[in-house]
Design a protein around this ligand. Structure first.
Ligand code: 4AD
Ligand code: MG
Length: 477
């Protein structure tokens, strides 16, 4: 007899003799009905116990959280809410769970409480649904690229370069903390960090991915990235996952097309394949919405939002046009921002991005052609000499979800840009080589995976869409 999953059993219409299942008890009602969950689906299977046939001592051990092994008959259910149920013939407790101390009780827990119990929170419906969706999105991402002729490249986690030039890196050290090498001034000599070199955890796999695009053509990375920014927001993590495609002979317009097509594909994938989890999260959000004042309620449900994004074109707007719109909304006009934009060249804050997406255009927006001075050194300078072929994609409820660009492919221009911000050529000699030997137009972008999962699940805190969040406050587990 094959051990089955709950998902498998619930999809059977026929009665089956002798089924076998293992899982964790959600509830045990009236000494008779066990709701059993094994993670394969949101739903529990009802296991009906005829208590006269079992020892009382055994039944006492059927508590919330206990792992059990059930054998029995799969029969049509008499009760409401499920088609089938198991008539239990054999019951074994695999792992007890003390009801007095088990943190996940069959009631609503706050997300804050569950974050402190991140090792057990996927035993709840919300978190199991979120993490199943995370897994499905991750699969859809690989599938999209694989179906479209991209190669998956594993770029290094430990690296000597700061791809974003923002200085937000975690150092990697092999130094003996008790007895570190010292320089002439008697300070710790960090240049000896990594067996004699200075290294850090990667902030982005882009530069390395570019080297592969310039030989394999179409590539992508999908891996963990690290940012040592001490920002304590609901959209930032110190460790997050990023998807970074990079394509040779593709310009900024092609990059926008790719990003839009790709994001629509992965969201359509879950709409098609993960309906049950999405519907559950949708209902959860609608319940939550009812507790809010009328003006703060959302005008679309989660599934409506996902359908809206996959069915409509993203709005493409230049930075310059965006600034005009935002200027028009400054004091005494339509909206007051905390941070007022009055000059071309200022970076947008998240309040501006959210305004453009949520209030002005009311759809995802691709902002492009940003001022060169607020963007990374590797972006392709436009003929106007002051803007670069950058693009950011802004999503409702999220703000920036994608950052990308056409890359500077001209050796001399790139060298000048590096010199202007004091990046020594020796540090990126290999990156410059790409511009010396067979250089070509190329472009790519980075999608923050957790921000995508937030959008797809409607979760409002990034800490709730990654299994073990790393933030300035949290690195437990
Ligand atoms: O805009 P960013 O910094 O761009 C890059 O790293 C480029 N090298 C990508 C590329 O062109 N290949 O980051 C890209 C995306 C952001 O739009 C955001 O979604 C996410 O990564 N991101 C973060 N997500 C969570 N926590 C953080 N601290 C994040 N920083 C960036
Ligand atoms: Mg960015």
């Amino acid at each position: 007899m094959k051990t089955r999953t709950v998902s498998d059993l619930l999809s059977q219409d026929i009665v089956m003799p002798e089924v076998e299942i293992k899982g964790w008890v959600r509830t045990f009602r009236a000494n008779r009905f066990i709701a059993l969950n094994d993670g394969s689906t949101l739903n529990n299977i009802q296991c009906v116990v005829d208590f006269e046939n079992f020892e009382e001592a055994l039944l006492k051990r059927i508590t919330t959280g206990a792992a059990i092994h059930v054998k029995g008959l799969l029969v049509e259910s008499q009760g409401k809410g499920q088609k089938v149920e198991i008539q239990v013939q054999q019951l074994k407790v695999l792992g007890d769970s003390d009801p007095e101390t088990y943190p996940i009780q069959p009631k609503k827990h706050s997300f804050e409480f569950l974050r402190e119990n991140a090792h057990l929170r996927t035993r709840t419906n919300t978190f199991s649904a979120v993490m199943r969706l995370r897994s499905a999105l991750s699969f859809a991402i690989h599938k999209y690229f694989n179906d479209n002729g991209f190669y998956y490249v594993h770029t290094p986690i430990i690296t000597g370069s700061d791809a974003e030039g923002a200085g937000e890196m975690f150092r990697v050290t092999s130094l003996d903390a008790k007895n570190p090498p010292l320089n002439k001034e008697g300070e710790v000599d960090y240049s000896k960090d990594f067996f004699g070199k200075e290294t850090n955890l990667t902030v982005s796999g882009q530069l390395e991915a570019e080297t592969y695009a310039m030989s394999l053509g179409k590539v992508y990375t999908f891996g963990p990235t690290f940012r040592a920014e001490n920002s304590n927001t609901s959209r930032h993590l110190a460790e997050f996952w990023m998807i970074e495609p990079e394509v040779a002979f593709m310009d900024l317009a092609g990059n926008m097309d790719l990003a839009e097509d790709f994001m629509k594909y992965v969201l359509k994938y879950i709409l098609k394949n993960n309906r049950e989890d999405l519907e559950f999260l949708d209902a959860r959000l609608q319940d939550e919405d009812k507790t809010k004042p009328q003006n703060e309620r959302s005008d679309m449900s989660l599934i409506e939002k996902l359908n809206f994004v996959t069915d409509n074109n993203f709005k493409r707007v230049s930075y310059t046009e965006a600034i005009e719109i935002l200027r028009d909304c400054t004091p005494n006009k339509k909206k007051k921002f905390k941070y007022i934009i009055n000059e071309w060249g200022t970076d947008l804050q998240s309040e501006h991005e959210r305004f453009l997406v949520e209030k002005h255009f009311k759809c995802p927006v691709i902002l492009f052609d940003y001022p060169a001075n607020i963007k990374a050194f590797y972006m392709r300078l436009n003929d106007d000499g002051k803007t670069v072929r950058a693009m950011d994609i802004l999503f409702p409820g999220i703000g920036e979800i994608v950052g990308g660009a056409q890359r500077e492919e001209r050796l001399e221009v790139l060298k000048k840009k590096m010199a202007a911000i004091n990046i020594p050529e020796e540090e990126l000699w290999w990156y410059l080589d790409l511009r010396k030997f067979g250089t070509a137009v190329h472009a790519g972008f980075g999608l923050g995976f957790e921000r995508l999962v937030m959008f797809a699940t409607g979760m409002s805190n990034i800490r709730d869409v990654i299994p073990f969040p790393r933030t300035p406050q949290n690195a437990e587990f």
